[in-house]
Design a protein. Structure first.
Length: 244
């Protein structure tokens, strides 16, 4: 298996079919042996059923994981990645905000040894932002970056912790996510910190990006859970031992 693609989804019945179709076209167009894993994070619509009904090419694996209770994006991504078998693993947010063709640059960085983890970043000069966030979300994002740098030491060179387009060496992804405790959207930060602690190299690459105005993220409405989750991550990391 060359590449596993994990797509976390919450009430995305209007988008998920296109997500799966675009992922399968990318895998087929690049002659990758691959799998697509959709994780329905307790949707109240028919996201899972819509995903299951998408036809993918013969030999390509499509799995849909669904559970009843909404647990959070971190839980969904972790659940999907633990089920992967690819030499390389990625997750992509629902909505196709980043074209799958952008994966190729990140994969090349992993293959040539530049890094163990490749992050798409919207903050790099070379990135093509075709529709930016509304001003309220831009302000929330700046406050969020200030907060995580206040509570945790983000490695230098990481400009965009929350971009939903990240690629890993498969063994690295499965090892990191097996230890992740964050169920919410702070899982990105936890994985970065765990990777740094274990000596894995993280590098960013530019992407094309269109803001999804129908995003499920409501950062400005949830300041205290973010702070509590960051503190829980900090405690967990300080108490954990580096795997040998």
């Amino acid at each position: 298996m060359d590449l596993s693609i994990v797509i976390p989804a919450l009430n995305e019945n209007a988008k998920i079919a296109r997500d799966v179709e675009m992922a399968s076209k990318f895998l087929q167009g690049n002659n990758f042996q691959g799998e697509i894993i959709v994780v329905d994070d307790g949707s109240t619509d028919n996201t899972a059923q819509v995903a299951e009904n998408v036809k993918v090419p013969p030999g390509m694996r499509l799995s849909v994981i669904r559970y009843q209770q909404h647990r959070g994006k971190g839980y969904a991504v972790r659940t999907g990645i633990k089920q992967t078998s690819g030499e390389y693993v990625m997750f992509a947010d629902s909505g196709c905000c980043v074209p799958y063709g952008n994966v190729l640059q990140g994969l090349e960085m992993l293959k040539d040894g530049t890094c163990d983890i490749a992050h798409g970043s919207r903050k790099l000069v070379e990135s093509d932002i075709r529709r930016d966030q509304p001003w309220r979300r831009r302000i929330s994002s700046r406050l969020f970056r200030w907060l995580i740098n206040k509570l945790l030491q983000i490695p230098p060179g990481i400009t965009d912790t929350q971009c939903g387009f990240k690629i890993y060496k498969g063994k690295v992804a499965r090892q990191l996510y097996s230890r992740c405790i964050s169920d919410g959207f702070m899982f990105d930060v936890e994985i970065i910190m765990r990777a740094q602690k274990q000596g894995y190299k993280i590098r960013e690459f530019p992407i094309e990006w269109v803001c999804d105005l129908d995003s499920r993220l409501r950062l400005s409405r949830t300041p205290w859970p973010v702070i509590w989750e960051l503190r829980a991550i900090k405690r967990a990391l300080s108490n954990s031992k580096t795997p040998r």
